[in-house]
Design a protein around this ligand. Structure first.
Ligand code: SF4
Ligand code: MG
Length: 336
């Protein structure tokens, strides 16, 4: 499948009163046509900031790019004018955030809000707009559309509000939708319904989806490929089966172990990864995970790990894959 979006060595920082925060440190990943790509990591790992960079949503300044390219259909978003970016933002690349209440207007009826987006982003005529708005509500599984249309956001449940947000994101039939923790505030049953809806929409419309989450359960249910981030960097990425069943990075392994008890159901204790993430004001010069890694070697604190190809679609950044590293359960790469 073709790449619709490509991040290449993106370095993004921002100025604060406390100094410069190195939020995104040399991040590269690609999103293929019609795939669901998961971005997983703890809060503060840079997963959201990186995705916001794609649409230049972070204020610049205080934010600034120190390097890299973000290619959308081959065009570098970092070189675009504000006007060019507005043509893409929301129209070709949509987004859905965790809290629909911050994105929906509480004083406007749901139907009118969707209509407004249609009129702003497409050339649908005023005569047709109501019908089109209702169609898109049906598409995202909203039942009783006539009634919902006239309601205000506060009259809808959390799951229903998130469906409205997804409908709004779909208005201009974007090629990519960025979803940032869209189900985190929902209960598990409703979360499952929203994830099923996203799968269905990808199937029907061929939309590529970037799913940002701290939850590996969401990743396993939804994604074709995964990017694991830690301390502003990518530590491992690849095809979902590779990441889950051929895990090569100690941090990913830690994430897996912290959810493993869900399968065993033996009341086995969740094993959190000990320690805290690195200080992004002064990121470690070697591996970002060194301070918390049970496998840490001298080299890890000195030099950032190189990329190792574990399989066709599986890369890890960890010195354990080096030919001179000791044999461990994680050593998989055969060639550099
Ligand atoms: Fe651990 Fe070293 Fe690998 Fe980093 S490079 S994850 S510190 S073994
Ligand atoms: Mg976030």
């Amino acid at each position: 499948r073709e790449n619709i979006l490509e991040l290449k060595n993106v370095v993004y920082s921002f100025h604060t009163y406390g100094g410069e925060v190195k939020a995104v440190r040399d991040v590269s990943y690609e999103v293929r046509q019609g795939e669901i790509l998961g971005i997983v990591g703890e809060s503060g790992c840079g997963k959201s900031v990186t995705a916001q960079c794609i649409l230049r949503l972070n204020p610049e300044p205080p934010g600034f790019f120190e390097g890299g390219e973000i290619l959308y259909k081959g065009q570098d978003v970092l070189k675009m004018s504000k006007k060019e970016i507005r043509k893409i933002r929301g129209r070709e690349i949509g987004f859905v955030f965790q809290d629909p209440m911050t994105s929906l207007n509480p004083t406007m009826r749901v139907g009118a809000q969707i209509e407004e987006v249609f009129l702003g982003r497409t050339d649908v005529s005023k005569k047709e707009v109501k019908e089109r708005a209702m169609d898109i509500m049906r598409l995202v599984g909203i039942s009783d559309v006539e009634k919902r249309y006239k309601q205000y956001p506060h009259e809808l449940s959390g799951g229903m509000k998130q469906r409205v947000m997804i409908a709004i994101a779909l208005v201009s039939r974007p090629s990519v939708i960025i979803c940032d923790e869209p189900t985190t505030s929902l209960d598990v049953t409703i979360e499952a319904q929203i994830l099923d809806l996203l799968l269905e929409l990808r199937e029907k419309l061929g939309t590529s989806i970037i799913m940002i989450t701290h939850d590996l359960g969401v990743i396993s249910r939804l994604c074709d490929r995964v990017v694991v981030m830690y301390g502003g960097k990518i530590v491992e990425k690849g095809e979902i089966g590779e990441i889950f069943y051929n895990t090569a990075h100690p941090y990913t392994k830690g994430l897996m172990q912290s959810i493993a008890k869900l399968d065993t159901a033996k009341g086995e204790k969740l094993k959190p990864i000990e320690g805290t993430p690195p200080d992004l004001f002064a990121p470690p010069k070697g591996c970002p995970f060194a301070a918390r890694c049970e496998y840490c070697m001298d080299v890890c604190e000195q030099l950032p790990p190189e990329a190792y190809t574990v399989a066709d679609d599986h890369t890890t950044f960890c010195w354990l894959q080096h030919e001179m590293a000791p044999e461990t359960d994680l050593k998989k790469a055969t060639a550099k």
